[in-house]
Design a protein around this ligand. Structure first.
Ligand SMILES: Nc1nc2c(ncn2[C@@H]2O[C@H](COP(=O)(O)OP(=O)(O)OP(=O)(O)O)[C@@H](O)[C@H]2O)c(=O)[nH]1
Ligand SMILES: [Mg+2]
Length: 337
């Protein structure tokens, strides 16, 4: 299984338009020794065609062969990418770009052969124009594919760098309960935090430095209480993390209910998580401790049915009990390994 950083660092970004690729190739050819060979037109044009061909064809070959092959990736990344792209479109475009890289070489050999046999300068220039025209026409047909692949590649570059062999704590819960705020106080990660739901749209990773075991804290988009088949693509990113990353789940409640979701609703999400991932160890956190009083904590225990010892109340804002939470996380990971 390939490491995601290794796969991503090799990506050759597709051009934003087909003209961009041709223009760069032409400029490079003119700047090369071919552009300076004024005395021998035949040799100069053949060299130019070779330069253009090498650039365009290798570029397209690299786009096709250095874009991630999904089947080589860890299932976490494979499923995550599948939520971001249309796999059929991705495969089809890469295969068309690869085939075109071979066609460009064929066109090049044909026109070079013609130029070699050409009698005069006019004939040489006609074949050179024919080469540019034919290559442009091949690339023009790929313009949509270049744009699609470029969009997908740029999405892939934003993928989180998660070690799938290192234990993770996957932070989950209803939207707006303070999951990202907790990632911020537990690690050096800087996820976006907003006073409204659905702020987090990606999987975000932070690293908790406790003792000898490295622990990844994974922030995920908020979940709604609805069946898997009705979940949106952003919400499903959280499910993919829960499904494929090894470690434990940190389920975050907001007993103050300032997140906008009543405790009963938040608890239904917890129950679904238990049903889908019965064997993953779980840590229960009540966030926004700074807004809680004895009554709201009792209500929290009443609605969820948890014992006081089962939960840990913290505040991402005031920092209350955050060190205790770090210890609990470390212990949980130690015991699950
Ligand atoms: N009073 C108080 N507010 C908090 C606390 N933690 C988070 N908040 C606030 O709650 C709001 C939501 O915080 P986020 O960290 O963005 O919540 P989230 O769960 O990541 O939200 P989504 O990404 O939308 O699911 C923000 O306005 C935070 O400032 C806390 O401990 N106390
Ligand atoms: Mg968030």
């Amino acid at each position: 299984m390939k490491n995601i950083e290794d796969v991503i660092k090799d990506i050759k970004i597709a051009p934003s338009t087909y003209q961009e690729l041709i223009n760069i190739a032409l400029r490079r050819a003119l700047k090369s020794e071919a552009g300076k060979l004024k005395s021998n037109l035949k040799r100069a044009e053949i060299l130019k065609i070779r330069r253009i061909t090498d650039y365009v064809s290798s570029y397209m070959r690299d786009i096709a062969l250095k874009s991630p092959f999904l089947k080589e990736l860890h299932p976490f990344y494979r499923e995550l990418i599948s939520l971001m792209i249309n796999r059929d479109e991705y495969r089809m475009c890469l295969s068309r770009i690869y085939k075109a890289s071979i066609i460009v070489r064929k066109i090049s050999s044909e026109e070079i052969r013609r130029i070699s046999k050409a009698k005069g300068n006019r004939e040489i220039l006609t074949y050179r124009r024919s080469f540019i025209g034919r290559v442009s026409s091949v690339l023009r047909k790929l313009d949509k594919c270049f744009k699609i692949i470029r969009r997908y590649q740029l999405e892939m570059l934003k993928l989180p760098s998660i070690r799938t062999d290192v234990p993770s704590i996957i932070v989950t819960g209803a939207p707006n309960v303070g999951k990202s705020s907790l990632l911020r106080v537990l690690t050096k990660a800087k996820p976006e935090i907003k006073p409204y739901p659905f702020t987090t749209k990606n999987i975000i990773v932070g690293h908790l430095e406790t003792g000898s075991i490295p622990i990844q804290i994974i922030d995920t988009p908020g979940l709604l209480d609805r069946p898997l088949e009705e979940k949106g693509k952003i919400e499903l990113r959280a499910i993919v993390a829960l499904k494929h990353l090894k470690g434990a789940i940190m389920f975050v409640y907001d007993p103050s209910e300032t997140c906008g979701f009543p405790l009963e609703y938040q608890h239904k999400i917890y129950q679904s998580i238990c049903k889908w991932f019965p064997n993953t160890p779980k840590l229960i956190v009540g966030n926004k401790f700074d807004l809680l009083n004895e009554d709201s904590i009792s209500n929290f225990l009443k609605v969820t049915g948890f014992n006081r010892e089962k939960i840990i109340c913290v505040s991402a804002i005031s920092g209350e009990n955050i060190n205790l939470l770090k210890d609990r996380i470390a212990n949980l990971i130690k015991n699950t390994n």
